[in-house]
Structure formats: structure tokens, C-alpha cells
Design a protein around this ligand. Structure first.
Ligand code: ADP
Ligand code: MG
Length: 579
């Protein structure tokens, strides 16, 4: 029977007392069948009832104030759980708002499904001006891993299954699922409907490396005098924590975590080279990349950062096309991280020699110097606070509460927190990722709190917070254990810019001395206004002990930040002076 033929005459069916289902129910049943427990979204035409009904059917539906934040919550849910996070939006503008998060998820290799309602195909395709008319499928396609549209109720099961498999198999990423308004009210026989649903079996199959590739990699690794392991967020995603720990501890090779890989092994681990980053990048001779790309965040694997000495790269990645993307990879290891690292562990079980002690001793000496320099800066009790003195307090908080999740965005707030705050457990640091994007803060905070039930500490630049700040209402509405700390230095980078013509505020400054804490109070949460590291520490402790939605406005010296944080070199500057 064709899909169209299965759509039945409702009146006839009612007369015959035939049991019916419809598009709404089939979407919900398909998601439930595949273990989707939460939907993040913003209600509206045509998906308002879908959200209501999903909630009634036991799916947790978390409604946001803006789709981009709902999308970011879904994306980080995907990263934390290895199941696709689902974001549900209305058509055209809501879809576009969600699309930013979908593109960001794809760039970061987070599995996510954006489900958007859309207008009538017949009208959209003839461009006759429907309500919120837009060819959403065509627009989504280049910005995600896969995009599908379902036109018939009988195809909903297949559509949802394809979306799930596309999101989590191979390199994870974002998938778009287009559901036109008419689909939801399409009716079909309930038993036929149930039969049309698909349970996705083995959605992300293991991908074993070839024995030859493992041998090649081990030969390169054994030849190293100064080996280094770089862990990326793919390694955190893979949840192969024990295999990775065993590889590092058995081999004795120092490791460097990328920012969202911090905590797979504690930053305080003796083999962590985090505090000697420049040295190990420059001086290493063999680098084993595990779930980390040689993109801009690693200076593309070449240039000054990597020094002059010849270097060999071994790369573990599930995506074959990632190999040689920036430099030659001497030993590509294509496969899933769990399987590949297990095979490497097997290979070093016997006859492995730890790296020469000159190498590890040189790293330790550099670490000591850098850590003692940092400790002094953290202890400086400057008034007003600078970034370091404020971060010193937060470093202590995470040390005392290692299972809390740290969300972090901003410019200086991001760059300095990444270096200062040690992480102790995997998947506890969530930040701006591959794009260095602003605006993930409250979406990630909500997603992390909902998925894990753990306390969340969101450390936000005042500018970064502004992109998703309205979601403090969402945090209060769902009573989530989220503590937001705003590093308030009155602006972007710094709060000291002026308009040379004297007409307006400078382009990078905000209302000085704003009280962001009042925003949280407006919705029944708790606000603090703090000016010293001691006050900051006390406020965070109270907030995290209480589990109440809290926002702490931490006053930072407006002159303390540097332009674009650590990536000022990416910011073009005019050399031409206008007369
Ligand atoms: P970072 O920014 O932390 O360096 P990237 O996002 O650049 O990390 O790299 C993550 C890499 O991990 C991607 O190339 C992705 O294909 C890969 N990856 C993700 N999940 C897995 C997995 N389960 N097994 C192998 N590789 C994975
Ligand atoms: Mg600022």
C-alpha cells in the first residue's frame, strides 16, 4: 500500500470504530521508541500541540524564550549523552534561530536533531506567500550533516529513524527534520501506524581500526623521544575514559587536553602537560591526536607554535576525511576512539618503554615555573577584582565540587578561566567550542542541568551573557540548579572605550555598573552583587549549596581585559590613520 493510500477517510473510520492515530502521535511515538526523553524548544504554529502532547505522553519538554538557546541545549545534551539532542521550533524565523545552533552542533560534532514545523509545500514551492513561507529544507541542507522532510504520516517512523542514525553514526553532527503543518493532522489506522515505526538498532556502530594501521601507529610512537598525546572533545564525547587513562598511564606519555577534553584525566595529573602547553607543542617529536582536529585551535599543526623540529602526527578520528586536512598524518587511525585506544593498549601491554626521562623532566620543570607564576597572580587581592583574582575563587570552587559542570564563555573570561580552573572529571567543562561562538551559555547550562541533574556553574563575560540572558527566566521556571557568575567589566573586552566624536557610548561598552543580579531576582531567583574574591567564593558556595537559581554580578576592573582575549592576533587592525 502506498503511503498516500494509508491516509484514510476519518469519517468512514470513525463510523467503523477503527482505532486511529495521526502525525502528532506518530512523531511522539517514534521519538519515544528510540529513547528520546527530552525535547528542547519554543512553542508556536504549527508545533504547539506537538509539544503539549509530548509532555502529556511523558517526554520532558523544556520551553525556552529563544530557539537558539533551545538548540544549544539540545546540542550539549547530545555531547553529554551520545544520543541526539532534539530541538523543536516553529517555521521560518524560529527555524532560522534554531539553525545557528544546528550549524554550531555540526561544526563541533555534537549529535542533534532540529525538528521544525513548516508551511504548506504547495504554496511554498509556488512562492505564493504562505504564513512564514520558507524553503527550510533547502536552507538547512548546507549547514548540517543531513536533512530530511516527511510528507506522509506513514513515513514518520522512517524519517525519525534516519535523523537519529545520521546524527550519531560516524562523525556525529546536526540533522534537520522538516515536518510540514499538514503532516500533523494526517490520520491513519493506529495498528498500521505502529507498524510503520522504526527502532534504530546499533545507531553508532563500533568502527574498528585495521591491524596494519595500529601497527604503523605503534611503530611511529615507539620511535619517539618526545611523545605527546593531545586529547580533544571527540575523546570526551566517546566516553572511553578508562581506555584513555590506561593508555596514558601505561605508556607514560604526557598529555595535553583541549578545552572540552579537560578532566578526562584530572588537570592535576602528573602526566598533564597543560601548564607547559607552549613547550610541548614546540618540542615534541611525535604527536598522537585523539579526537582533536588540527584546526585554528592548534595553529593548523604548523608554524611558530609547533617549532622547527620535524614532527610526526598520529591521528585517531572516526572521519577518514579528517586525515591530512592541515599537515601530513604519518599514521592515520580511522575508527571509533574506544576501539582504537583499546587496540593501542593491547599493543603496548608488553615491551613498552616509557619516554626518556629528559623529556618528562623538562616538562615538569616548565610546569613548576608556570604554575608558581600563576599562583601568585591568583592570590593578588586587587580591588576592584581583575580576572585572575576572581578566577582564583572559582578555581577553588571546582576543586571542592569536582562533579559540578562548568559552562564558560566570553573573551578574557573564557581564555583565562580555561587556563586557571582545573577540571577533575570528564565532560564537566562545556564552552564555546570550535567556532569560539558567543551565546551558548544559558542554553548549555539548561541542557547540562536537565540531562545530568548535577549543579551547573556558568562563568560568563557580561557581553557573552547578553546573547542568551533572557533564559534566566527558563532557569527559574524549571527551578534548575544553575549558578551564573557574570564577570562584569562594563563591556566587550574592556569597559573603557569612548566615541571619539563624543556623540554616543563607545562601540564596545555597556551601561556602566549594571546590576545583572536583579534580572534573576525578577523571576524569583537569587541575586548577589560582589566586589571581592572572598565575597564571590561565599556567594557561589551558598548558591551551589542551596541549588537555587542564582546570578552573581561580579564586579571586574573595567580596565582589566585585553582586546579579543587570547586571540587578538585574529582581529584585523587598520594601519591607516585618517587625517
Ligand atoms: P577539539 O576542539 O577539542 O580539538 P575537535 O572538535 O576539533 O576537538 O575534534 C573532535 C574530533 O573527534 C572530530 O574530528 C570528530 O570526527 C572526532 N570524533 C568524535 N567522536 C568520535 C568517536 N567516537 N571516535 C572517533 N572520533 C570521534
Ligand atoms: Mg566584559
Amino acid at each position: 500500500m502506498s503511503a498516500v493510500a494509508q491516509v484514510i477517510d476519518v469519517n468512514a473510520a470513525v463510523e467503523a470504530e477503527q482505532e486511529l492515530t495521526d502525525g502528532f502521535h506518530l512523531v511522539i511515538d517514534a521519538l519515544k521508541l528510540n529513547g528520546i526523553e527530552t525535547i528542547y524548544g519554543v512553542p508556536g504554529i504549527p508545533i504547539t500541540d506537538l509539544g503539549r502532547m509530548a509532555q502529556a505522553e511523558g517526554i520532558r519538554v523544556v520551553s525556552f524564550r529563544h530557539e537558539q538557546n533551545a538548540g544549544n541545549a539540545a546540542a550539549i545534551a547530545g555531547f553529554l549523552t551520545k544520543k541526539p539532542g532534539v530541538c523543536l521550533t516553529v517555521s521560518a524565523p524560529g527555524f532560522l534561530n534554531g539553525l545557528t545552533a544546528l550549524a554550531n552542533a555540526t561544526t563541533n560534532c555534537f549529535p542533534m536533531i532540529l525538528i521544525s514545523g513548516s508551511s504548506e509545500r504547495e504554496i511554498v514551492d509556488l512562492q505564493q506567500g504562505d504564513y512564514e513561507e520558507m524553503d527550510q529544507l533547502a536552507i538547512a541542507k548546507p549547514l548540517c550533516k543531513a536533512a530530511f522532510r516527511v510528507l506522509h504520516a506513514a513515513d514518520i517512523g522512517i524519517g525519525v529513524a534516519r535523523a537519529i542514525r545520521a546524527a550519531v553514526s560516524g562523525r556525529p553532527g546536526g540533522v534537520y527534520l522538516d515536518l510540514p503543518a499538514k503532516l500533523f493532522s494526517q490520520v491513519m489506522d493506529a495498528a498500521e501506524g505502529e507498524k510503520s515505526l522504526v527502532k534504530v538498532i546499533d545507531a553508532a556502530p563500533e568502527q574498528l581500526p585495521s591491524p596494519a594501521a595500529i601497527k604503523r601507529a605503534l611503530d611511529v610512537l615507539k620511535s619517539a623521544k618526545k611523545p605527546l598525546i593531545i586529547l580533544g572533545k571527540g575523546a570526551a564525547y566517546a566516553q572511553a575514559d578508562e581506555e584513555i587513562r590506561s593508555l596514558i598511564e601505561t605508556s607514560g606519555i604526557p598529555f595535553l587536553p583541549m578545552s572540552m577534553a579537560k578532566g578526562i584525566l584530572p588537570d592535576t595529573h602528573p602526566l598533564s602537560a597543560g601548564a607547559a602547553r607552549s613547550t610541548v607543542l614546540k618540542d615534541s617529536d611525535v604527536v598522537l591526536l585523539i579526537g582533536a582536529r588540527l584546526n585554528w585551535l592548534l595553529s593548523h599543526g604548523k608554524g611558530k607554535t609547533w617549532g622547527d623540529a620535524p614532527k610526526k602526527f598520529i591521528q585517531v578520528d572516526i572521519e577518514p576525511k579528517e586525515m591530512d586536512s592541515n599537515v601530513e598524518i604519518a599514521a592515520p587511525l580511522v575508527g571509533d576512539i574506544g576501539s582504537v585506544v583499546a587496540a593501542l593498549n593491547q599493543g603496548i601491554k608488553s615491551g613498552w618503554q616509557a619516554p626518556p626521562s629528559e623529556w618528562t623532566e623538562a616538562i615538569n620543570a616548565r610546569k613548576e615555573v608556570n604554575i608558581s607564576k600563576m599562583t601568585q597572580r591568583l592570590l593578588k587581592n586587587s580591588s576592584p577584582m581583575d580576572f585572575h583574582s576572581a578566577l582564583g575563587a572559582l578555581k577553588q570552587v571546582i576543586k571542592e565540587r569536582p562533579d559540578a559542570i562548568l559552562v564558560n564563555e566570553g573573551a578574557n573570561t573564557l581564555d583565562l578561566a580555561r587556563g586557571v580552573i582545573d577540571m577533575y572529571q570528564p565532560r564537566k567543562r562545556l564552552d564555546v567550542g570550535t567556532w569560539g561562538v558567543m551565546g551558548i551559555g544559558m542554553g548549555f547550562a539548561v541542557g547540562a542541568a536537565v540531562e545530568t541533574g548535577k549543579p551547573v556553574l556558568a562563568v560568563e563575560g557580561d557581553s557573552a551573557f547578553g546573547f542568551s540572558g533572557m533564559e534566566v527566566e527558563t532557569i527559574c521556571r524549571y527551578n534548575l540548579p544553575v549558578t551564573v557568575v557574570i564577570f562584569n567589566n562594563n563591556g566587550i573586552y574592556r569597559g573603557t572605550d569612548t566615541d571619539p566624536t563624543g556623540r554616543d557610548p563607545g562601540t564596545t561598552v555597556f551601561v556602566p555598573d549594571s546590576r545583572y543580579d536583579k534580572m534573576m531576582e525578577a523571576f524569583g531567583g537569587v541575586g548577589y552583587h560582589v566586589t571581592t574574591p572572598d565575597e564571590l567564593k561565599r556567594a557561589v558556595d551558598e548558591a551551589m549549596d542551596s541549588g537555587k537559581p542564582t546570578l552573581i554580578n561580579a564586579v571586574i576592573d573595567p580596565a582589566a581585559g585585553s582586546e579579543s582575549g587570547n586571540i587578538g592576533s585574529l582581529n584585523p587592525q587598520s594601519v591607516v590613520k585618517k587625517k
